[in-house]
Design a protein around this ligand. Structure first.
Ligand SMILES: [Ca+2]
Ligand SMILES: [Ca+2]
Length: 169
């Protein structure tokens, strides 16, 4: 089971960290390679773990997801076109590697997973439900939180990032 939302203060910290993660500059062109993608993935896990506890809870995931979807559309409820046209995350590295279509497809895959009613828009309710479902799917040991390793290896955000820019590991 994923814990219910933690204290509001924790959620706010998560939000700040999530915003920071999306403001993290993409690696410079000289390091636009697989290692840069891997580093970005690790950085993402570290940023989401806002309180540095080594685990990622539901509040941190929810805050990160909300920031991610807001980065697709300021309304916070992006359309599928907003997702497939998203220029955040590993977009610049994907473009550098000639993998822009893979980046677009990966974002579309995440969108479709969350858009459970298939109407082409991610409602806040779908985001909340999808956040819980994605966390449960990634929680290998079932302790209710994600270790950074569980997030990197099993969470759909990380899987999508790897699909967009395969890691060399
Ligand atoms: Ca929907
Ligand atoms: Ca776990």
């Amino acid at each position: 089971m994923i814990r219910p939302l933690p204290l509001a203060a924790t959620a706010l910290l998560g939000l700040a960290a999530a915003a920071a993660a999306f403001e993290t500059p993409a690696p410079s062109a000289s390091v636009y390679d697989h290692d840069a993608a891997r580093a970005y993935e690790a950085e993402m896990a570290m940023q989401i773990d806002a309180d540095g506890s080594g685990t990622i809870d539901a509040g941190e995931l929810g805050a990160f997801g909300a920031a991610l979807f807001r980065s697709m559309n300021e309304s916070g409820t992006p359309s599928r076109a907003d997702a497939t046209g998203w220029t955040g995350g590993l977009h610049d590295i994907a473009v550098f590697q000639g993998r822009e279509s893979a980046h677009s497809a990966a974002a579309g895959f995440v969108f479709d997973l969350f858009d459970t009613d298939g109407d082409g828009t991610l409602s806040l309710g779908e985001q909340a439900a999808g956040t819980v479902a994605a966390a449960r799917a990634a929680d290998r040991d079932g302790d209710g939180v994600l270790s950074r390793a569980e997030f990197r290896e099993r969470h759909v955000f990380s899987i999508a990032a790897r699909a967009a820019v395969p890691s060399s590991r």
